[in-house]
Design a protein around this ligand. Structure first.
Ligand code: FAD
Length: 414
């Protein structure tokens, strides 16, 4: 059985990028459909920190107050934990927004944030198809049709038609859509891990960067006293850690090897003194999550008649914790271009070109800056060099936060 439904725009994926574009278009009176394959609330591999530069945008999306009420403490210091080194420096404040307290970023669990954004999109009139995923996109004159289904075995399909298709499905999962990236499996691939802990002793206003052999990560307090700890680790390093288990090591095992999450956790604790110190006496809240490989880089923002936002358009190494900002802001930028564009193919193409130019102007520097820092963290002797540099010049951490876009205003917000 097939159902047919026509909209002005179909958004694939309900992360911050998809809901930002959907909310903005729906508030402008567009008929919007969102297709999301997972049920919410769901947890996600992410450090969950959001820079203060997004607060005016969250207010415009009308979730600013809910975000302020739920998010964790203000992050006023940036840190660096590697080996036995622990260095701290001031987080540069963003220009204060509507409230005097708006100058510093905070973290909010993705189970909470993404649900908040999706509920707001639904209230604004977006039609939500969840859990559904697209199996094919076809051109149909000036329209495109997206065939979606609720499960792999179901022969019930829904056909969605719209002139505008937005890929907001992230970049970590391969699939049949032209906007999805091909699967990779290279030793240098970076796999993402994340967990929440309760009862940790990290200072509540500090967000340390973690640098350890084969990877990097971060820690920050999110909502409800949850410490969010996340990291990326090379595939080959993880394989070695799992295989090289010492006989006396206990822990969950898969096929005689240490589980990936257990290997990552032990590696973090043994290679970053700061991690083992703050996690002493803390308890895991829910399981470790894994995702990836991540796909840092800049991609086309508009290709084969599909617009891309968030990670689908481009991704910085999470070493700078700016992916949610880029997702929210790119969704807003695209919706602003589309909202004012004439209808028809020529209007969409012109909007696509303008959106891509603004995207590159706003985000390219942070993508390249993050790639440079990540390259240093991975090169032989890199972590040791970073330790010496940061110990001698802690202000480098403040400068790094500036360069990563944490204080940069979104165009159109004064
Ligand atoms: C270890 C780690 C730590 C990080 N820490 C931070 C941080 O502290 N701060 C920060 O700003 N960024 C951080 N990031 C980056 C951030 O998580 C991403 O950049 C951000 O989630 C991108 O948002 P998005 O909306 O583009 O995609 P996503 O958040 O990935 O959302 C995509 C959505 O699409 C859905 N989807 C996927 N495929 C399909 C499909 N075929 N059909 C339908 N739905 C689909 C998914 O279920 C998901 O809900 C981190 C990343 C990693 C790996």
């Amino acid at each position: 059985m097939t159902r047919l439904s026509t909209h002005d725009a179909i958004i694939i994926g309900a992360g911050p990028a998809g809901t930002s574009v959907a909310l903005t278009l729906a508030r402008r009176g567009w008929a919007v459909a969102i297709v999301e394959k997972r049920l919410f609330p769901r947890r996600k591999v992410c450090g969950e920190y959001i820079s203060a530069s997004n607060l005016a945008l969250l207010d415009r999306l009308e979730i600013g107050d809910a975000w302020r009420a739920s998010a964790g403490p203000q992050i006023r210091r940036v840190g660096f934990f590697s080996g036995n080194t622990r260095v701290e420096a001031a987080m540069p404040p963003a220009r204060a927004g509507r409230c005097a307290d708006d100058g510093f970023g905070r973290a909010l669990g993705r189970d909470v944030l993404d649900t908040l954004l999706l509920q707001a999109a639904c209230s604004a009139g977006a039609e939500i198809f969840q859990p559904f995923w697209p199996v094919a996109i076809d051109r149909d004159g000036d329209m495109q049709t997206v065939r979606i289904q609720a499960s792999n075995v179901s022969d019930e399909h829904t056909m969605l038609r719209a002139p505008v298709i937005v890929a907001a499905h992230g970049s970590w999962e391969p699939g049949p859509l032209p906007s999805q990236l091909a699967k990779t499996s290279r030793p240098s691939d970076l796999l993402g891990f994340k967990a929440h802990f309760i009862g940790s002793s990290l200072a509540t206003d500090l967000m340390p960067l973690l640098v350890f052999p084969g990877g990097y990560g971060g820690m920050v307090f999110a909502d409800h006293g949850r410490l969010s700890i996340s990291c990326c680790i090379r595939r080959d390093v993880l394989a070695r850690l799992r295989g090289n288990r010492l006989p006396e090591q206990d822990g969950p095992k898969e096929n005689g090897h240490l589980s990936a999450a257990d290997a990552v956790c032990r590696h973090l604790m043994s290679s970053c003194r700061g991690v083992s110190d703050v996690l002493e006496g803390a308890r895991l809240d829910g399981p470790w999550l894994a995702a990836g490989p991540i796909r840092p880089g800049i991609r086309a923002c508009y290709e084969r008649d599909i617009f891309r936002v968030g990670n689908a358009a481009g991704e910085s190494h999470p070493i700078i914790a700016e992916g949610i900002s880029m997702a929210l802001q790119s969704g807003w930028l695209l919706a602003s271009e589309l909202g004012g564009a004439p209808t028809g193919q020529a209007g969409r193409e012109a909007a696509g070109r303008r959106y891509e130019a603004t995207w590159r102007g706003l985000f390219s520097t942070r993508v390249y800056a993050a790639a440079g820092i990540a390259r240093l963290a991975f090169c032989p002797g890199g972590p040791a060099l970073m330790r010496v540099a940061v110990r001698n010049l802690p202000q480098a951490l403040t400068l790094g936060a500036h360069l990563s876009g944490k204080t940069r205003r979104v165009p159109g917000f004064g």
